[in-house]
Design a protein around this ligand. Structure first.
Ligand code: BGC
Length: 738
């Protein structure tokens, strides 16, 4: 098939580009020529209009019934650079591409893009939950599944990963990123990029990755979407930029500029961040695409008076491709002719776009083999990967008296109550692409399968996720009374997360807490199972449950991991990637805060505690792990020395379990105030019952102990640094010379 498409391509070149047999092919068509030479050759042949069109991203598909394919094809300009591809299969793509390849003057393939955020059809855990697995190998694995399904369905680029560090659970998009910690976002960003892109973008089981939303979108004011973010330069360099820098190093093909105004300048008009930092300083050589209509929105943001001016500003700020606006093709040519955008700036934008198209092999292989859906979707190994990710991302928040795993000798009847027991839609999470509800195993089904006939399951829905209807409370209460334990499944509608889904409170709606009160009044042990896309404020609820499992929105695995935790088949190993406060009023609350000017009891809230309910990194296991002392290979170091910190962890229980060791660094005194602690490394390993494992943190002083200033320069100062893991500490002294 590959050979066939090359043959078709060659034929089309001969027929439609007028190259007579024997006539020399243009260099850009020579797959053996170096990419940069091909890019320059092609660029030199393009007209101004053709260049402008390369910077245009529109969309196609979704409601297009196959009978309309001809109409669709007629409406797509042959020179268009990119299309957001909303169809679930390669056929429409291939026909668009074929028309473009055969009928356009230069035969520049279209780049097809799509929002596969946590899977394409095999939907897996939302990113916030993935980060709770602390298993980047698994994140890479599920991203590979998404890449394969996407590419085989006609998608060349996915708008993922989202690496906006977020510390405000009111913001609906907190579910799409990896939580509050810059280091966690960086590590999961690298893993996702590896999974999506593999070693060769041209291979049809990988896709180009687009990191988003550059930058600072996670700090949208008051958690409302599209609001400005004000972030000091110091915080930008310390917290919000590092995941992007890590992604650039990992070779991300594209970056999306954001919606937000950052420190007064919208991020799609921010030359300093795009041109100076991303492209020049970090050497990013892919392209920057605006977020949906974020060029047009420069008018709303008060930066541009007209749409034409918005195009000028965005282009001159380094935005290479215009998503959804259709404004570049309307105004860019004119702006260049007037001289308010230099043609060399446009050339640079096009160069970046073409470079990625060449790397994707689109010129050689513009078409995607048409395969039967069951040859690309939900393959057994893909489903298994989604299942492993779900297993490892469950967080056991509470387990009083070792209620879990359930003692099967004592459980004859289990009540399953609450609005999410039989749910197969909300467990998919937001941005669920082509995932379908029947792919999801409900909690009810999973628990019934897990316990089989030994245990009678009594189900009652009890109430909805929202509203005031208490008419089902009594039935659920009676179910609880008949049972030996109650599993109460509460949480969020998936549409409460994602874009334009902010909430003023991160507590669950009152009906749910009233329902839990009622269930708890049965006196039966209650296991609260939560599915949600943000950290929750659980005060008033947590006391009503002896055990709490945070399952996030695990995708197709649905209730299986929860059923496994109830029975003991799954030993929970997740830890929180985001802090759970007691109350929404505690926001922002995160582990790497800076010290207060008055330590101790002053300055704290007078009405409630100032501590989190469940801290970043919290998560229980059925195993018991004991940490030994931390050993350092050297206790006195200089800036250019690498040292090792080691800790041995022993599983002193009789249950095999995985442990994620989180390594923190504290610099108590420095010329700038530093966070109380910063996560600098983590690693997760299986530790068999009764056995030990040694975990090693290789410390690079400048990176791990040093700090960055507000200009992005890295420094390390002399003095003591504390290294900690699992409650153990060691101190290393940095000196100028040994
Ligand atoms: C979102 C992006 C998304 C894009 C394309 C925008 O509204 O902010 O995250 O990738 O649409 O669908």
């Amino acid at each position: 098939m590959k050979r066939l498409s090359i043959a078709t391509l060659l034929l089309s070149i001969l027929i439609f580009n007028g190259a007579a047999p024997g006539k020399k092919e243009p260099l850009y068509r020579n797959p053996a020529a170096p990419t940069e030479k091909r890019v320059e050759d092609l660029l030199s042949r393009m007209t101004l209009k053709e260049k402008v069109y390369q910077t245009w991203q529109s969309y196609v598909g979704l409601n297009s019934n196959p009978n309309n394919a001809g109409v669709i094809l007629d409406t797509i300009p042959l020179e268009i650079g990119s299309l957001i591809y909303l169809e679930p299969g390669p056929e429409l793509r291939n026909s668009i591409q074929e028309k473009v390849m055969k009928e356009s003057r230069l035969g520049i393939p279209v780049l097809f893009a799509y929002d596969a955020i946590h899977g394409y059809r095999t939907i897996y855990q939302i990113p916030l939950g993935q980060a709770c697995s602390w298993n980047t190998d698994l994140a890479e694995k599920v991203s590979r599944v998404s890449a394969m399904e996407s590419r085989m369905s006609g998608v060349d680029l996915v708008f993922s990963p989202m690496i906006d560090v977020a510390r405000d659970g009111r913001w609906g998009r907190i579910s799409e990123g990896y939580g509050e910690c810059p280091y966690v976002n960086s590590r999961f960003c690298i893993a996702a990029i590896r999974g999506y892109q593999g070693d060769d973008l041209a291979d049809h089981s990988h896709v180009a990755a687009c990191m988003k939303h550059y930058v600072g979108y996670g700090m949208s004011e008051a958690g409302r979407d599209y609001t400005p973010s004000d972030i000091s330069d110091q915080s930008l360099w310390e917290t919000y930029l590092p995941p992007y820098e890590a992604g650039v190093k990992a070779g991300a093909a594209a970056v999306m500029s954001g919606f937000n105004t950052l420190n007064g300048i919208p991020t799609s008009a921010n030359k300093g961040n795009i041109e100076d930092i991303l492209k020049s300083r970090w050497g990013f050589d892919g392209f920057v695409v605006s977020d949906w209509c974020s060029i047009k929105q420069l008018v709303n943001q008060g930066i541009a008076e007209t749409e034409k001016e918005a195009v000028r500003i965005a282009m001159n700020s380094g935005v290479d491709m215009d998503m959804g606006d259709n404004l570049n093709m309307e105004y860019l040519e004119e702006l260049i002719k007037e001289g308010s955008v230099q043609e060399k700036r446009l050339d640079e934008a096009v160069r970046r776009i073409l470079r990625i198209k060449f790397r994707l092999g689109l010129f050689e292989n513009p078409y995607i083999d048409v395969t039967a859906p069951d040859k690309r979707y939900l393959l057994p190994e893909s489903v298994a990967a989604a299942g492993q990710m779900a297993d490892e991302s469950m967080v056991l928040l509470k387990n009083d008296g070792g209620l879990l795993p359930l003692d099967r000798s004592k459980i004859r009847r289990l009540a399953l109550v609450g609005p999410l027991c039989k749910d197969n839609v909300n467990l998919l999470g937001n941005w669920s692409a082509f995932g379908t509800a029947p792919d999801v195993t409900t909690i009810y089904k999973a628990v019934s399968d897990e316990f089989g006939e030994d245990v009678e399951i009594i189900y009652a829905r009890g109430c909805g996720l929202d509203g005031n209807d208490e008419s089902g409370f009594q039935e659920a209460y009676e179910a609880a009374l008949k049972a030996d334990a109650v599993v109460c499944c509460l949480g969020e509608d998936r549409m409460w997360s994602g874009e334009n889904a902010s909430r003023s409170t991160i507590a669950l709606p009152e009906i749910q807490s009233r329902f839990l009160d009622r269930i708890a009044s049965s006196g039966r042990p209650v296991i609260l199972v939560l599915s949600n896309g943000r950290p929750l404020a659980l005060s008033g609820m947590a006391d009503n449950a002896a055990a709490i499992i945070e399952m996030w929105q695990p995708g197709i695995a649905g209730g299986k991991p929860v059923a496994g935790i109830l029975s003991g088949r799954v030993n929970p190993s997740g830890r929180l990637s985001v802090t759970f406060p007691y109350s929404t009023g505690q926001i922002p609350i995160y582990y790497c805060r800076k010290n207060s000017a008055r330590r101790g009891t002053q300055g704290l809230y007078q009405d409630i505690t100032s501590e989190p309910m469940y801290s970043f990194g919290h998560g229980l296991s059925f195993s018991v792990f004991e940490y030994g002392d931390i050993h350092l290979s050297d206790s006195v170091i200089t800036a250019d020395m690498k040292i090792r910190a080691e800790v041995t962890v022993t599983n002193i229980s009789d249950t095999d379990g995985k442990e994620a060791v989180l390594w923190y660094v504290t610099d108590p005194f420095c010329s700038i105030a530093r966070p109380v602690k910063e996560l600098k490394f983590f690693e997760k390993k299986m530790i068999r019952a009764g056995e030990s494992e040694t975990f090693v943190f290789e410390i690079d002083p400048l990176v791990d102990l040093g700090y960055v200033d507000r200009n992005g320069n890295k420094f390390i100062e002399t003095g003591d640094y504390h290294i900690s893991a699992g409650g153990r500490n060691a101190t290393v002294k940095a000196v100028k010379r040994l």
